[in-house]
Design a protein around this ligand. Structure first.
Ligand code: FEC
Length: 308
């Protein structure tokens, strides 16, 4: 019997692959409003400081390859055919949906490479996929909203934090704080009863329980440069506050992200590290999942559960 062909639409943020892409990418993030030259220069400088371009494009591709391989090994009834659809740069989500349709596939599952649901994040990806599919017709996409509770997701992060904690000296352990973080969003998401904040809190509780961690907090990072209020506390402010309370070692765990990219390599490894250096505190950062097998299993299980 031939296998059911299922489109695997993996959606991700996207990143400029060369310097010339920075302006259109940034303009897209800002909903078509071209950023001022200083903002573009600032962003280009951040990319320069992490090595010129972000490793995100490669990491996304590697994660999709690993996920589709895992899915096709785990079961025999379906053949998953992968498509990458990006939010802010080509191949855009709409292009990926068009490719699925063009390939004659009528059934697809979509997952976003971000574990927590928000109307401003996951819902906007899922809506774009659904709208593109509706325009084309004859294609049903079943979209996953969040997947942070999957046991392998928690297991991955518990292991990653424990690896950092094992590096601490006895003296460092006495004044150490684990900081779980995700990308900040404008505070106005609260008006829609958005679960984003509670999902981060739940994630922190589940990982800490699995890893036996008692001293932990949640915080937000990478807030946009706009005048409206964003979710806080910001990781940098929180670090200062807890330094004042006597903490001297900070272990950053950016659980809202799934790979090495600008927001981790710059916002954590540069900005948070500069702050801890300035304070004379110790900086640790948990390793990102990328293609870790346990982590890929978390996504594969989520995709299979969505099909049932
Ligand atoms: O490595 C890379 O090149 C790209 C890394 C990258 C990831 C990422 C993830 C998220 N963002 C989310 C929300 C917002 C909102 C704004 C915003 C702005 C930026 C800018 C860059 C950027 N984001 Fe991003 N984000 C990444 C990169 N993001 C660059 C623009 C310059 C800056 O502010 O630093 C504000 C838009 C506005 O100004 O109107 C909101 C969320 C995530 C996590 C979920 C996901 O991956 O979709 C939420 C990775």
């Amino acid at each position: 019997m031939s296998k059911r062909r299922i489109g695997l639409l993996v959606m991700a943020y996207g990143t400029p692959e060369r310097e010339a892409d920075i302006l259109p990418y940034y303009t897209h993030i800002r909903h078509g409003r071209e950023p001022a030259a200083e903002l573009v220069a600032d962003l280009a400088a951040r990319y320069q400081s992490i090595g010129g371009i972000s490793p995100l494009a490669k990491n996304t591709k590697d994660q999709v390859d690993a996920l589709v391989n895992k899915l096709n090994q785990m079961q025999e009834v379906a053949l998953f055919v992968p498509y990458i659809g990006l939010k802010h740069i080509t191949p855009f989500i709409e292009e990926a949906v068009t490719a699925i349709h063009r390939d004659g596939i009528e059934e697809a599952v979509s997952i976003v490479l971000a574990p927590h649901y928000s109307t401003m994040s996951i819902q906007s990806y899922n809506d774009r996929a659904a709208e593109a599919a509706a325009k084309l017709g004859n294609l049903k996409i079943s979209s996953i909203d969040s997947w942070y509770k999957e046991e392998h997701f928690i297991q991955y992060w518990a292991g990653s934090v424990k690896t950092e904690l094992d590096k601490l000296t006895e003296a460092e352990k006495n004044h150490a704080l684990v900081i779980y973080s995700a990308h900040s969003l404008p505070e106005r998401i609260r008006k829609q009863n958005d679960p984003y904040e509670s999902q981060l809190a739940e994630t922190a509780d589940m990982i800490s329980l699995a890893a036996g961690i008692e001293e932990y907090v949640t915080a937000w990072q990478s807030a946009g440069k706009s005048p409206e209020p964003w979710l806080g506390p910001d990781v940098l402010d929180l670090t200062r506050d807890y330094y004042d309370k006597g903490y001297r070692t900070f272990i950053y765990v950016p659980v809202g992200f799934v790979a090495d990219h600008l927001e981790v390599l710059y916002d954590n490894d540069t900005e948070c590290k500069e702050l801890t250096d300035e304070l004379g505190a110790n900086y640790y950062r948990a390793t990102m999942p990328n293609t870790n097998e346990t982590f890929i299993k978390a996504m594969a299980n989520t995709v299979l559960a969505q099909l049932l």
